[in-house]
Write a protein that binds this ligand. Structure first.
Ligand code: IPM
Ligand code: MG
Length: 388
């Protein structure tokens, strides 16, 4: 390694420190949550994304518009389509989110977003940052809320994944110091940790859940995970009725498959990357990532999405119309609850349970031998109409 290489790496590191310090100061200045339920008029952005994204997103938007018809007719809720968050457009401007798309997104306090393609090494695309990750940062959606339920197995978990820090904060800004030495960085801030911890404990309190598990690897990643653990524990002291426990991420992945132990878990709070990994594992118990929705919540904005990808292979094979909209419909349940439409959220959740697990009049197979996405949407709306 040469002196110049060290100086260049230090200059890059300095820029990261300055950027993250500015972000941490911004968090300190933030006010309270916007009360979405009390807005005079709410614009819901519908942003299709790539691959099967527009197909399943439109279907979920159609079901939402059906449920919210009175508010839409009264002009209280407006759905706005936001085109352009496609891999082709992102590559053309070499940005994770094109500026005009970001501007449109910022006009919508609530967003329903389809999956977007994330370039990775070996793809034909340049290595631009994931649109998901960029949107979470740009709109400061610091909480990724992912519920997983399997009632017959006693599984009822809610994950509070920190969504803007950890290994993701500067995930696309690691440093290749030399050809032989690469470094990435993990970021934990005080405010960033306290706000996700508060959300998790408040949720536990509101919903009568008596345990919060703090997941980390503080025995090895001592500085950032250690800080995350200590701050979460401090916040936990403000909630004496709730038991706090701490688990390392490795043993947690094992305990989730321990049938006797896993039903003790209720609410999890965890740094970004561990949350990413373990929510895929958790979703598998309820039928896979295709069945799980996810809410990305910040103080000013909230975005609701599937936890799976854009299924480019389905599109290549011309099977897009057979895509399964269930994950987006589960995301729509969370959206309804977030905007204060709890009765509608409960209804949609009930209809989805009927269509997916109980009555199962239509089957989605992803191929021509199964129902289309649109047929499934119609089935959900019929089921909604028959609910009391
Ligand atoms: C998720 C996804 C994203 C993530 C990818 C697409 C960047 O896996 O939402 O869990 O890692 O957060
Ligand atoms: Mg993931």
């Amino acid at each position: 390694m040469t002196e110049i290489q060290i100086q260049e790496a230090l200059a890059k590191f300095e820029a990261l420190i300055r950027e993250q310090d500015a972000r941490s100061e911004e968090i300190k200045k933030q006010g309270d949550f916007v009360d979405f339920a009390n807005l005079e008029k709410l614009t819901i952005g519908v942003c299709g994304g790539d691959g099967i994204g527009p197909i399943i997103t439109n279907e979920a938007a159609r079901v939402l518009a059906f449920l919210l018809k009175d508010d839409v007719d009264a002009g209280k809720i407006e759905f706005r389509t936001i085109d352009g968050l496609t891999i082709e457009n992102r590559v053309a401007v070499n940005k994770a989110i094109p500026d005009d798309v970001l501007e449109e997104l910022k006009k919508c306090p609530v967003i329903l977003k389809g999956p977007t393609t994330t370039p990775q090494a070996g793809d034909p695309w340049p290595n631009i940052e994931s649109a998901n990750v960029a949107m979470r940062k740009a709109l400061d959606l610091f909480c990724n809320l992912r519920p997983v339920k399997v009632p017959e197995e006693g599984i009822d978990w809610t994950f509070f994944r920190e969504n803007t820090e950890g290994a993701y904060a500067v995930g696309s800004k690691g440093i290749n110091v030399t050809d032989d030495l690469a470094m990435d960085f993990v970021v934990t801030t005080t405010e960033g940790t306290q706000r996700i911890a508060r959300l998790a404990y408040d949720y536990a309190r509101r919903n009568g859940k008596n345990r919060v598990s703090i997941i980390q690897k503080a025995n090895v990643i001592k500085t950032t995970d250690g800080k995350f653990l200590n701050l979460c524990k401090e916040v936990g002291k403000e909630y004496p009725e709730i038991t706090t426990d701490e688990w390392y991420i490795d043993i947690t992945t094992a305990k989730l498959i321990d049938k006797k132990r896993r039903t003790d878990f209720k609410v999890f709070v965890l740094p970004n990357l561990y949350g990413d990994i373990i929510t895929d594992e958790a979703a598998e118990f309820q039928g896979g990532v295709g069945t799980a929705g996810s809410a990305n919540i910040g103080k000013k904005y909230a975005m609701f999405e599937a936890i799976h990808g854009s299924a480019p292979r389905m599109m290549r094979e011309g099977r897009g119309q057979y895509a399964d909209p269930c994950s987006m419909l589960r995301a729509a349940v969370m959206l309804l609850s977030h905007i204060g439409k709890q009765a509608e959220a409960d209804k949609l959740e009930r209809a989805l349970d009927i269509c997916m697990y109980e009555e199962k009049k239509l089957h989605i197979t992803g191929r021509a031998d199964g129902a289309t996405c649109e047929e499934f949407g119609n089935y959900v709306m019929e089921t909604l109409s028959n609910l009391k």
